[in-house]
Ligand binder design. Structure first.
Ligand SMILES: Cc1ncc(COP(=O)(O)O)c(C=O)c1O
Length: 345
């Protein structure tokens, strides 16, 4: 006979407390409660072909993705606009998802069109007016070997939740404080930073955790060549003398879809943009700096390593780009690129 089950379920935090590990293990994070940073709402999940409740979405404890990080995913936003809920650049995100999967030889068991329809279905079922979607393709129970014994055991899920400003409303308005971390981004010939694979986010976690432990809002990493790469989950832009600069895709970055949006909006606003390798000190000389990303949208950076960027507040080019970006969803910027598509209810 096995052990009798515990009479009540204990949370991870509770167990850590019981064994006295919380303070040592969590450091400054021991005071955090998940509710402070992330509000979870159980919306139906599109899982392997149909909408299901959380309890019905079973991923095996032997799943390859859990052991080896072999999942690829996307983060996509849907915005509440004057014309109803609209998905932003969904087709571009799906294109990157399929490309990331192909790099790791993960066969996606659905077509682009099927996943496109599934994203619409999942947002509509959530009833949310604005939403964050997380499509994820992960290797399942395909053997414990690093090289999967069965290549075609793959789960696909699309989670939908509400997610506000990633680094806070105030940060998005007034700017955040960042630092350059001691952790560097993986070199391009190690694991490809341009693919959005789950395993890559161990690097992002080290960068983001170190920054928060040191009291900053977010961390920025250099590449192994010593040049600027990107934030834990964001691309970087700096502005100097009216020109925007951003590291190229060869600088160990994820080629962000929001980065591309900012480049195209800047062209529309006659703001020159140069994709070029950047040295760390160029940050401290910059007039302005901002992050781009689906989670962070366009967020000004007002300070790096305790040094103010420009005047230490959101700069004029950042304001113009933010205005054009959020104008897409508020009806002020014409969507000439067909980036938005109404959710089919
Ligand atoms: C490491 C990293 N860089 C950049 C980005 C920005 O990419 P995107 O604008 O496509 O969301 C993200 C966001 O997912 C990211 O995780």
């Amino acid at each position: 006979m096995g052990e009798s089950p515990p009479d009540k379920v204990t949370t991870t935090a509770g167990r850590l407390e019981q064994c006295g590990a919380a303070a040592d293990t969590l450091g400054p994070f021991s005071a955090w409660s998940p509710g402070k940073v992330y509000t979870h709402m159980a919306h139906p999940v599109w899982f392997n072909g149909s909408l299901r409740s959380d309890e019905e979405c079973m991923v095996h404890v032997r799943s390859h993705a859990l052991h080896y990080g072999s999942a690829v995913f996307e983060g996509v936003r849907a915005y509440a606009t004057p014309d109803g809920t609209q998905l932003f650049r969904l087709r571009d995100h799906l294109e990157r998802l399929f490309w990331s999967a192909s790099l790791y030889r993960i066969p996606v068991p659905y077509s682009r069109e099927e996943l496109h329809a599934a994203c619409h279905e999942a947002v509509a079922a959530s009833g949310l007016e604005s939403a964050y979607l997380r499509p994820i393709v992960s290797r399942g129970d395909c053997g414990l070997g690093v090289i999967p014994a069965k290549m075609d055991v793959v789960d696909v899920a699309i989670l939908v939740t509400n997610w506000g400003a990633y680094l806070g409303e105030e940060g998005r308005e007034k700017g955040i404080r960042a630092c350059i971390t001691s952790w560097q981004r993986p070199a391009p010939n190690t694991i490809p930073p341009g693919a959005k694979a789950a395993g890559n986010y161990l690097s992002s976690q080290l960068i983001g955790l170190e920054a928060r432990e040191r009291g900053f809002d977010e961390g920025i990493a250099l590449g192994t060549d010593g040049l600027l790469s990107e934030g834990a989950g964001e691309n970087i832009f700096i502005a100097q003398d009216g020109v925007l600069y951003t590291p190229p895709v060869s600088s160990s970055i994820l080629g962000g879809i929001t980065r591309n949006t900012a480049i195209q909006l800047a062209a529309d606003l006659d703001i020159p943009v140069r994709e070029q390798a950047l040295a760390r000190e160029q940050i401290y000389q910059a007039d302005e700096m901002f992050f781009t990303g689906t989670a962070v949208e366009i967020t000004p950076v007002r300070q790096v390593d305790h040094l103010p960027i420009g005047g230490g507040e959101k700069g004029p080019l950042t304001s113009r780009l933010q205005d054009a970006f959020f104008g897409l969803f508020e009806g002020r910027t014409q969507d000439r690129w067909s980036w938005l598509e109404p959710v089919r209810r």
